[in-house]
Design a protein around this ligand. Structure first.
Ligand SMILES: [Zn+2]
Length: 312
């Protein structure tokens, strides 16, 4: 556990895959600590947390899950059990959490959906395997207190940060934004289209970055990487990054329909492992859907699947 400015503590948990770590935070709250995010539910997650909690003086008043991705929600049930504190999770996010991790048919739904985006069957099968590998490590908490933007827990205000996940929530107090995977540096947070996601995740993300600029926090504490000392500058850089990626994606389009999978190859290379390919296709699709909404691309959908062309 590391001490940061303002009495905030940072707890770093390991990840078996890139980027190799996830940061959780213990924030000083009105009646005790607010723990933000839980790490992956690895076999020793409970012991690790018990050791970290022993270093905190005073009670844990709340556990907050920023979004349902495995590295953030994975050990939520363990933490709820260890602390006895209420768990807060966004309403939209918890709905998706249960949809993805609570239902046995999700990998199959994902596979069918990826198939309609042009992903070959061999790759889809591997995608499902990758998806199921993570499942034992996701012990989300079943009965969270559902919250939304504007709600306050222990003096910290929830701020909507959709894009990386539709229902992602950050926390803000005294100019400190606990940013989850909304603003990272130097990583660019993944912004993908998924089955059952909102229709325009990149548009959501770009608007959320504009909100970050308006809120003008002086510090962002991210889920991965070091604290972001200039969150407004970083938000501007991420907006610019996606403008470039949108232009690159637009340039690949012509009158011949191409799938999200086919277009992901020139954008992300052709030698990705299945899990990385899944993110590449989802990210390509979020850019394509934004281009369609901006009138810069055409979209077709028929029994064979979804494809994209240059604007008609
Ligand atoms: Zn993350």
């Amino acid at each position: 556990m590391e001490e940061l400015a303002g009495g905030i503590r940072r707890v770093t948990m390991p990840l078996p895959t890139r980027p190799g770590h996830v940061h959780c935070y213990a924030l000083p709250g009105d009646d005790g600590w607010v723990l933000v995010d839980t790490g992956l539910g690895l076999a020793d997650a409970r012991e690790r947390w018990a050791a970290e909690l022993a270093q905190l003086s005073g009670p844990v008043a709340a556990v907050v899950v920023t979004h349902f991705h495995p590295d953030h929600v994975g050990a939520a049930a363990d933490l709820a059990d260890l602390t006895g504190a209420p768990v807060y999770q966004g309403e939209i996010d918890f709905f998706q959490c249960r949809l993805v991790w609570g239902a046995d048919d999700w990998p199959e739904r994902l596979a069918v959906w990826f198939g309609r985006q042009g992903v070959p069957a061999g790759v889809t099968d591997e995608l499902i395997q990758q998806g199921t590998t993570y499942r034992p490590f996701i012990r989300y908490y079943d009965e969270p207190t559902l919250v939304g933007p504007g709600d306050v827990v222990q003096g910290w205000r929830f701020v909507a940060a959709p894009g990386h996940a539709d229902g992602q929530l950050c926390l803000l107090r005294n100019g400190v934004l606990v940013a989850a995977d909304h603003v990272l540096d130097p990583i660019s947070p993944t912004v993908g289209l998924w089955p059952a996601s909102r229709p325009d995740p990149l548009g959501d993300y770009l608007r959320a970055l504009e909100t970050t600029i308006e809120l003008a926090p002086r510090l962002a504490l991210p889920g991965h990487g070091e604290p972001v000392e200039d969150p407004v500058g970083r938000a501007r850089a991420l907006i610019a990054h996606h403008a470039v990626r949108l232009a690159e994606t637009e340039r690949l389009l012509d009158e011949k329909p191409a799938s999200g999978y086919a277009l992901s190859i020139p954008l992300f290379g052709d030698d990705l492992k299945p899990a990385a390919r899944r993110f590449a296709v989802a990210e390509t699709l979020s850019h394509l859907e934004r281009l369609v909404l901006e009138g810069r691309a055409g979209r077709r959908e028929d029994s064979g699947g979804v494809s994209y062309t240059a604007a008609q």
